[in-house]
Design a protein around this ligand. Sequence first.
Ligand code: ADP
Length: 388
Amino acid sequence: MDPNYLRNIRVLVVEDDEDDWLLTKKIFSRIPDSPYIVDWSKTYDDALERIGRNEYDVYLIDYRLGENTGTDILEQVHPERFRQPFILMTGVSDSDLEWRSLRLAAADYLVKGSFDATLLSRTIMYALQRKHMEQQRIDQLVELNRAKEDFISIASHQLRTPATGVKQYLGMVVEGFVGKVPDAQLGLLKQAYQSNERQLRIISDLLKVAQVDSGKMRLHTSVVDIDKLLREVIDEQKSTVEERMQKIHFKRRDSDHPTLSFDRDAIRMVLENIIDNASKYSPEGSEIQISITSDVDTISIDVTDQGVGINEVDLPRLFEKFVRFDNPLSTKVGGSGLGLYWAKRIVDLHGGRIDYRPNEPSGSCFSVVLPKRLPEKSELIYTTNGEE
Ligand code: ADP
């Protein structure tokens, strides 16, 4: 028995020549026990509108469409994003056009006058079958990915509680709550404490990424004084930076006082990550410059370091999940390779971007660019009225 998707198949024939449409219709009528319900669209604009309404199972598109062409339609709609196949028809066989339609993700290519009812039906059936199988594979991958994300989220939740317990107990022993600890043991306990802190940071990164990947992340925006926020972040990182004998210089290039709406906690974590990286991936004694600049639509927070920098070949993968590059400091400083991935997702949700450029003569410059106006209100954005 035919699967459901091979019954009552709604076909839209896009054809500006009435005689050709009647001919195609006739060929359809010759298909025995035809499962097709065939409709006609005679202009480019009408076809685009109907494709947008998503009412058909397959599109048969003629190449010549008045001032436009069938490939214009393919370019416009991107067939690879559709569950329905798009089949291009032409008056004459043309191998260049055939390649072009392939590149534009057409499901097949038919030359008018050289197909009969059997070939037409077979072409449509096979195209539908291929799309169906492709969709099944996509559904499986989506499901697999969801299961993987659930696993990461559950495992990290389960790991967090015992790891937090270890931190508390170690902290108590190190602080001397249960008596004085001999120096030799104290040294080891402090190292255990630091390892445990790293472990907790990785768990926290995994949980943050699981939340943003699950699509459950909601932005709670309020009006924030970016200047004040940056000073807070810098203050917080002061001791780590001083341990590395580094210096942070912060300057605002404009005289205006930049306040804008964003999710304070999330952007704070983004800035923490980028400033922490600037320090982590820089040698002792180096300097980090932080500045804020604004133009009509955006505010940019630039963090420039004199560190190891990033090789040009690595840049395309900079914001990918779990990606860490080999550099002279990467083993020493450790990390999860999740910070920049998460940061980019958060800044994207705000309608902003993170740019990277190398610093001269050495090091990196990361710019967090935020829009002065948030994107059109979406379900992802909640506005809380409170000002700082
Ligand atoms: P990690 O936890 O490894 O620091 P991130 O996602 O924050 O993860 O960064 C990914 C990788 O990008 C880092 O492992 C490092 O190789 C590189 N990187 C990030 N920031 C810098 C920087 N300021 N200078 C040099 N390399 C950097």
